[in-house]
Ligand binder design. Structure first.
Ligand SMILES: [Zn+2]
Length: 382
């Protein structure tokens, strides 16, 4: 998730806020103000609002501490984390790599709920020290604020331990299954599926609650469920694609038909003679003096970046990607890794090289085709 607003850097981790969080921050302030004014009719309006805003800010800090704990443990296991984003339904530490061992997965996942639980207990102890006792007998705004922070952080710890991916409990579940079965894919799939089932229960339960009692919490639960089901489904699909492509390499999926075009050809000629008659997705650009020497790569997409009236005046060399700047992949690179490269650089074709020579080209179409073929074959043999 991309943050809309960066609020600073802490321990080398960017902390950002997604705009949906601002909406929730207002909601929390209003809810807290309502709660404090009902429980403490003797408080003035200013005290009620100051306590509500202060408590909401502290809650924001505890949420960052939860996410930072994920980031710190992830880094200890060599998993880079550049940022944390807070959004409507909580926070997310943007971990850029999947853990390589069940142990790493386990600790990265469980540390968040542990930190929230510790914060919760400390807040309750501090509140009691200041004379707070349940439900909320104290008249001290600080004690009331601490008691609510204790309650919300313990709730957060418990909620996050629900074994539904992508919640922390889902990571822990994945780690345990992974550790028992020694099978990373199988454990991701089970954790993802349990996330989907749990999300459906949230949606069903939340909607029933909202319709029968008219409660806002029901609607809230359904919204969380909807978010969870999207995230869980994305993770299931990702695991399935990774599994389908497990032993496929770039060589298995590439097209080895390569077509050349000289670099000094005007774009108008390139379009009329090549792209309009028998178009390819990808062309190797050759030197004008030596048609064996490859100097770059060009796709119809590169041509489309130039305005049509400029086509007669520009040549293929003006729009091509020079060979030394092009992303390439090796013959024996796993297809899934080549796909990551394409996603990372937002390109649709990737030249495949062997002994410094281009021997083929891999396109997204090739990947989609191979996933489809494998699925069909798989479902028939099952
Ligand atoms: Zn967490």
């Amino acid at each position: 998730m991309k943050p809309s607003l960066n609020i600073g850097k802490f321990l080398g981790v960017e902390i950002g806020v997604h705009y949906t969080w601002l909406f929730i921050a207002v909601l929390i302030c209003v809810t807290l103000a309502g709660r404090f004014s009902t429980m403490h009719p003797d408080w003035s309006g200013t005290v009620v609002w100051a306590t509500a805003v202060g408590t909401a800010l502290l809650f924001f800090v505890t949420l960052i501490m939860h996410e930072l704990s994920h980031a710190i443990v992830a880094r200890a296991y060599n998993l880079p984390v550049h940022s944390i984003t807070l959004f409507a339904l909580g926070g997310v530490a943007n971990i850029e790599k999947e853990p390589e061992t069940p142990k790493a997965e386990f600790w990265v996942g469980i540390v968040g709920p542990i930190v929230s639980a510790i914060i919760g207990v400390i807040c309750f102890i501090a509140a009691s020290g200041l004379g707070w006792s349940p439900p909320d007998s104290t008249t001290s705004p600080i004690a009331s604020s601490l008691a609510w922070l204790g309650y919300i952080n313990l709730t957060l710890a418990l909620f996050n331990m629900i074994p539904a991916f992508p919640l922390d409990g889902g990571r822990v579940l994945k780690a345990v299954i992974w550790w028992i079965t020694k099978n990373a894919e199988k454990s991701s799939r089970i954790a993802g599926r349990s996330g989907q089932v749990m999300a459906l229960l949230f949606i069903g339960g939340g909607m029933t609650m909202a319709l029968t009692t008219g409660s806002f919490s029901g609607l809230w639960l359904a919204i969380i469920g909807w978010f969870l089901i999207r995230a869980a489904t994305a993770s299931v699909v990702q695991t399935e694609v990774a599994e389908t492509l497990k032993d496929v390499t770039a060589a298995d999926a590439m097209t080895s038909t390569l077509v050349n075009v000289p670099s000094d050809m005007p774009l108008s000629g390139f379009v009329e003679e090549r792209l309009s008659t028998a178009p390819h997705h990808f062309y190797l650009v050759t030197s004008p003096t030596d048609d064996q020497k490859i100097v770059g790569l060009v796709t119809p997409h590169d041509v489309a970046k130039v305005q049509r009236n400029d086509w007669p005046r520009k040549t293929v060399a003006d729009v091509m990607v020079p060979l030394n700047r092009a992303q390439v992949t090796e013959l024996d690179t796993p297809l899934i890794q080549a796909l990551h490269t394409m996603n990372e650089h937002q390109i649709n074709q990737l030249p495949v090289v062997a002994n410094h020579r281009i021997v083929g080209v891999l396109s997204r179409d090739n990947v989609v085709q191979i996933v489809q073929n494998r699925r069909e074959l798989g479902s028939r043999s099952a």
